[in-house]
Design a binder for this molecule. Sequence first.
Ligand code: GLC
Length: 411
Amino acid sequence: MSKIKWFTDSRFGMFIHWGIYAIPAIGEWAYAQKEWKENEYQGFAKVFDPQKFDPGRLAKLASAAGMKYVVFTTRHHDGFCMFDSHYTDYKVTNTPYGKDIVRMVVEAFRKEGLKIGFYHSLPDWTHPGYADPETPEYMQKKTVRTPTAQEYADFKELLFNHIEQLMTGYGKIDLLFCDYTSKYKDGVDYFDRERILEMVYRHQPDIIVNDRLAYFKDDVCDFDYYTPEICVMNAPPVVKGKEVVWESCTTMNDHWGYCAGDNNYKDAHSLISALMGCVSQSGNMLLNVGPDADGCIGMTAEERLREIGKWFDIHADAVYGCSASKHQAPYGCCYTQNGNKLYCFLLITPVGDIILPELKGKIESIKLMRTQTEVQIIDFWGYELLKSDEERIRPAGAKAGDVLEITLREC
Ligand code: GLC
């Protein structure tokens, strides 16, 4: 079995953005977003103490929402390690909280049966060996230092060592999400990606690695999957002439890391529609939560996850193991397909009947999943204007968010 099958079967995961940036509560780019006094930002590490963090509860919530894997920020661009780094003191085990949060997350989510993914930032804004116009220093002061050869070598070594520690100290890791290569480093291999990849695959032969060690370059090896963000693709992306595995990571509001002022949460139907949109183009969705300084994800995020879970209780078959269908979906709907089961997701409440293109004579039966009732094909009324390959159906009582399970005579 291919090592990526669990991923393309799962289709839905939880992203967790969490670090000391939860304290200033303006998102995970906090360190870059305002001018901090010397060591003021780093000082948040001295008070980080999320006593309400309950990874077991969060893992159960993710599982109940239908999520099959988790991707956790082991270190973001601010350089702060959420694990017990052997190589820096700027880490969670040196905070008042004192515990290795990465280990807690791994244990709790593994216990719930979810696959484990690590997000790790390639940029480290606090390291003298990392500099370009996308760093806080430039954003605040419009200056860019040139790292010495030694600083640059130290930077690369630290990155390598951290990833190696994560690959060797936490059991089987299923996925590595590296983030990101700045446009100023586009043409150069700033991070020694082949050395990192060789080490990662040596320790974790079955792991899958995302594309952000280098963007769509012709001279790099193929990555296991591609990561557009906060969007739904109109078609499966093609790289070097080949359709590739992809996942869109998506925020629930407008931030990844906790932002106290951001209550702009998308409703559950929009989030489910985005997930189904991804699956309808053979993609995954990685939906983010950003715990606050106490370790809580907040009522609205929790409510959304529970609503998604309720939808999953009925419609899981329309997601897991499904991919794009070759058939054209009708107005207001999108299709996912698994073998001869074609799932028609209703983006909007139908005005009445739905006209299915290309399916004339190909349908064995149709049912509305929520009510388990049979849906009628209407061949006694209004059919004279249909195209010869169209079938008209009347899904009585169907509304936005419903799924029609269409059993095809053949795939
Ligand atoms: C971007 C952002 C980063 C976020 C990531 C999620 O690269 O810089 O803050 O973690 O997207 O994919």
